[in-house]
Design a binder for this molecule. Sequence first.
Ligand SMILES: *[C@@H]1O[C@H](CO)[C@@H](O)[C@H](O)[C@H]1NC(C)=O
Ligand SMILES: *[C@@H]1O[C@H](CO)[C@@H](O)[C@H](O)[C@H]1NC(C)=O
Ligand SMILES: *[C@@H]1O[C@H](CO)[C@@H](O)[C@H](O)[C@H]1NC(C)=O
Ligand SMILES: *[C@@H]1O[C@H](CO)[C@@H](O)[C@H](O)[C@H]1NC(C)=O
Ligand SMILES: *[C@@H]1O[C@H](CO)[C@@H](O)[C@H](O)[C@H]1NC(C)=O
Ligand SMILES: *[C@@H]1O[C@H](CO)[C@@H](O)[C@H](O)[C@H]1NC(C)=O
Ligand SMILES: *[C@@H]1O[C@H](CO)[C@@H](O)[C@H](O)[C@H]1NC(C)=O
Ligand SMILES: *[C@@H]1O[C@H](CO)[C@@H](O)[C@H](O)[C@H]1NC(C)=O
Ligand SMILES: *[C@@H]1O[C@H](CO)[C@@H](O)[C@H](O)[C@H]1NC(C)=O
Ligand SMILES: *[C@@H]1O[C@H](CO)[C@@H](O)[C@H](O)[C@H]1NC(C)=O
Length: 559
Amino acid sequence: MACLHLGSLFLLLGLVGFASFPAEAAIKKYQFDIQVKNVSRLCHAKPIVTVNGRFPGPTIYVHEGDRVLVNVTNHAQYNMSIHWHGLKQFRNGWADGPAYITQCPIKSGNSYTYDFNVTGQRGTLWWHAHILWLRATVYGAIVIMPEEGTPYPFPQPYMEANLLLGEWWNTDVEEVVKKGSKLGLPPAMSDAHTINGKPGPLFPCSEKHTFAMEVEWGKTYLLRIINSALNDELFFAIAGHTMTVVEIDAVYTKPFTTQTLLIAPGQTTNVLVKANKAPGRYFMAARPFNDVPIPVDNKTATAIFEYKGVPKTIIPILPQLPTPNDTEFVMSYNDKLRSLNSPKFPAKVPLKVDRHLFYTIGLGRNPCATCVNGTQLTASLNNITFMMPQVGLLQAHYFKVKGVFRTDFPDRPLTTFNYTGAPLTANLGTSSGTRLSKVAFNSTVELILQDTNLLTVESHPFHLHGYNFFVVGRGIGNFNPAKDPAKFNLVDPPERNTVGVPTGGWTAIRFRADNPGVWFMHCHLELHTSWGLKMAFVVEDGKGKDDSVLPPPKDLPLC
Ligand SMILES: *[C@@H]1O[C@H](CO)[C@@H](O)[C@H](O)[C@H]1NC(C)=O
Ligand SMILES: *[C@@H]1O[C@H](CO)[C@@H](O)[C@H](O)[C@H]1NC(C)=O
Ligand SMILES: *[C@@H]1O[C@H](CO)[C@@H](O)[C@H](O)[C@H]1NC(C)=O
Ligand SMILES: *[C@@H]1O[C@H](CO)[C@@H](O)[C@H](O)[C@H]1NC(C)=O
Ligand SMILES: *[C@@H]1O[C@H](CO)[C@@H](O)[C@H](O)[C@H]1NC(C)=O
Ligand SMILES: *[C@@H]1O[C@H](CO)[C@@H](O)[C@H](O)[C@H]1NC(C)=O
Ligand SMILES: *[C@@H]1O[C@H](CO)[C@@H](O)[C@H](O)[C@H]1NC(C)=O
Ligand SMILES: *[C@@H]1O[C@H](CO)[C@@H](O)[C@H](O)[C@H]1NC(C)=O
Ligand SMILES: *[C@@H]1O[C@H](CO)[C@@H](O)[C@H](O)[C@H]1NC(C)=O
Ligand SMILES: *[C@@H]1O[C@H](CO)[C@@H](O)[C@H](O)[C@H]1NC(C)=O
């Protein structure tokens, strides 16, 4: 359970006086000990990196308005940093977490206290390691309850449960990655998918590694579903039951009912499920969506939704999931996502755009003398493969350190071509650099993310740090600036922090750059992040006294 130190909470409140806080605001303290622990799955035991020896890690449980202090103490041999995925970290990039972007890593034997306020957000988010591929095992849920006394804008559930979907490798993930990059090939795919760290009985030695939730007939449950997988977009369904989607990425949606969800790495989806079917045992199942001929781990993770009083010997039935290449389902599912856009929770979509950006997403191949094929796979935005700096970009920005990054990331590709035309398999080199895009404080930005057929088309879930954005449009083929904007939804588009760019298509997002700092943007497929499919925005300080980056905390790790 969350370790909330009530003593220090009252002490701190006492020191500053109750009057300066809204009655319900609290300080929630957590201790995250990064520890290596032996864990066994699929008949294989191996040491994994964990928080407090737990896999998945502990849930951060707060109310909107709370302040959170997480002391991360690193007892492992790896450098560490933790990202609070989807938390806006207003003026407070120091607590965002991506290594070498907003902080230097927490070295072995050191501690860093992430100190942030949860303001203007409520719903499900999650946290994960943001260095190397350590998020394979270092992740957990963030549950933000509405302010005390504020109900959900949907029927109150009887109970809630978190479902973290993940990926499991039988061998050391860091070794798998090292081997892949040495060969210049994708690392070996995962051996299983998991639900709450457990693969379920379709895998060997997994009887005791099956997550089960008991439900009472007639009651409604809120499931907080998180895709913590590294490289797979997942379908999720519960046999015999429908789900009502009520929230995505900690933003309420117009409710709609579906048999299956699609959830990309980084995304969260809250659903209501009514336990009103024949009392029995039903599988919940997750399996990848993949509509290109690239091999993925397509194995199905299962957990059990079981009615109280039903014998545990009954073999559960499996839900019917879409075929892995069911693009049509994915398009129609995404079309159903709409912001709630109620008076209390309005969708503040920027209607006027100050800055138009167009970024192409490309895969490529660079020469590599030591690699098996003489080439190394790579990835780029606007043909730039992002190079990680040696020091934190936010520090370099705040302290005006020269020579760490450039601010000339191009607003559009230098060379235009038929982006989603026939596959291009020649001239796949990219240029590389630590190039950022400078954005004026409080300006409105529209970004078109355009997939390309360099090597292959593929679907890419993009995550922006420091902001939510509105997904105003989406299409297949090349974005047409003359025709497509007329079809944008500027009324109730989904608001989120991670969005899928369709295979061979484009996605248009809009946001208001009102959060100064350095904010990472990257494909949330870890494979592509490591290949360079990432960049960062430098959002300048504004003129007002509350419009600039806060001073760094005293214990900020140094490189
Ligand atoms: C972890 O398991 C491996 C293999 O079973 C074993 O060699 C090792 O001693 C264990 N380590 C710990 C810390 O228990
Ligand atoms: C963080 O935890 C470590 C290990 O328990 C402790 O030594 C350190 O003092 C803590 N830091 C703070 C600021 O409480
Ligand atoms: C969080 O809120 C408290 C109380 O308003 C304030 O003192 C503190 O500076 C805030 N912290 C951050 C990181 O914004
Ligand atoms: C999973 O992939 C394997 C090949 O890697 C294939 O034989 C199998 O049919 C696939 N399963 C599904 C459900 O697509
Ligand atoms: C999808 O995969 C199935 C086999 O699982 C195949 O029969 C079908 O042709 C594929 N559909 C498309 C559109 O590629
Ligand atoms: C690279 O080499 C591997 C192993 O020899 C081979 O299977 C693969 O087809 C090659 N891939 C490319 C893209 O050249
Ligand atoms: C781009 O390529 C597609 C597919 O090959 C083709 O249908 C389309 O006409 C091309 N567009 C242009 C402008 O050449
Ligand atoms: C990307 O940059 C490389 C290196 O400058 C160049 O060779 C290649 O043609 C460029 N590709 C595209 C699609 O612009
Ligand atoms: C940002 O711009 C909007 C629209 O012009 C304005 O309402 C808001 O006050 C501005 N915010 C700041 C912090 O300047
Ligand atoms: C940890 O990070 C520091 C600072 O960037 C770096 O100097 C060091 O080599 C890293 N250590 C490991 C084990 O990667």
